[in-house]
Design a protein around this ligand. Structure first.
Ligand SMILES: Nc1ncnc2c1ncn2[C@@H]1O[C@H](COP(=O)(O)OP(=O)(O)O)[C@@H](O)[C@H]1O
Ligand SMILES: [Mg+2]
Length: 267
């Protein structure tokens, strides 16, 4: 039996700033899958997440998200945008940041109801703080926490409304190697234990490689999706980009992709 699809795209294309970012993109993400979105700088990985959220409309093709048009089910999606850092002076506590996920778009505005709903919110915040292992520091000012601790709390924020789909844009980017590994393991744990599908944008696949169900490799003229071992090969990527690409394996099993064209800047 096939499970319900969370995201599908057929022949999708996007134009931004007067040029086509990508076209001919086919995607299928099943419920509960952990998928990495890969590709060189500027290829349109963040744009893909914005299409899923309905923030950028496809210029061509069809995109469906959680059974409807993109944007129609955003309450069932948790989103962590790229490059979200708090400066050291930020006094707001970790739990307050997580709570903002519950209150949705009403950033910083206390909601006009108390009692049972406030209690439900508090309980759910405690639950996700526990889930991401942030109990020891969630009550400290978030500006004083390490990058890894901040990232766990932001993941908790994205999870607080029990999403069916989690969109994480380069959540490992600012972390050291140890935190990259532990946050990757956490994301897989969340994916498996909560049954939430995860689309994670990365420019280095290595930290998440052991945990992935599929990778989605984007290129200007299309995309290839499948298990990492099938997609991240010299032949597949050379075909996708139309330029010679090598995939090197070092002694620790890390993959290094060589020769990927950078697609930004010249526009
Ligand atoms: N708001 C925007 N308006 C116009 N062009 C944009 C906008 N955001 C991104 N782009 C362009 O779209 C392309 C893809 O960008 P992006 O999705 O951020 O790539 P990636 O996340 O893979 O690095 C780039 O050429 C970028 O300059
Ligand atoms: Mg990006």
């Amino acid at each position: 039996m096939s499970r319900a699809d969370v995201v599908t795209a057929r022949g999708a294309a996007v134009r931004r700033g007067g040029r086509t970012v990508w076209s001919g993109v086919d995607v299928t993400v099943h419920a509960g899958e952990f998928v990495a979105v890969l590709g060189p700088n500027g290829v349109g990985k963040s744009t893909f997440l914005q299409v899923v959220l309905g923030l950028v409309a496809p210029a061509d093709g069809e995109v469906r998200v959680l059974g409807g048009a993109p944007g129609s089910a955003n309450r069932r999606i948790g989103y962590l945008p790229q490059r979200h850092a708090f400066d050291a002076g930020t006094r707001v506590r970790g739990v307050d940041v997580v709570r903002l996920g519950w209150d949705g778009d009403r950033w910083g505005v206390p909601l006009p109801f108390g009692g049972a709903r406030a209690k439900a919110a508090r309980e759910r915040v405690d639950e996700v703080v526990e889930l991401v292992g942030a109990g020891d520091y969630a009550h400290r000012p978030i500006g004083r926490l390490s990058g890894g601790e901040q990232q766990r709390l932001l993941i908790a924020q994205a999870l607080v409304r029990r999403p069916d789909l989690l969109l994480l844009d380069e959540p490992l980017d600012s972390l050291d190697v140890t935190n990259q590994a532990s946050v990757s393991a956490l994301i897989q744990h969340v994916c498996r234990s909560q049954g939430v599908a995860v689309l994670l944008v990365a420019h280095d696949v290595n930290p998440i490689l052991p945990y992935l169900d599929q990778v989605l490799y984007l290129a200007p003229t299309g995309a290839i999706m499948g298990p990492p071992a099938d997609v991240i090969t010299a032949d597949t990527l050379t075909m996708l980009y139309g330029t010679p690409i090598d995939v090197l394996h070092d002694r620790t099993g890390r993959l290094v992709v060589v020769g990927q064209p950078d697609t930004h800047e010249h526009h």
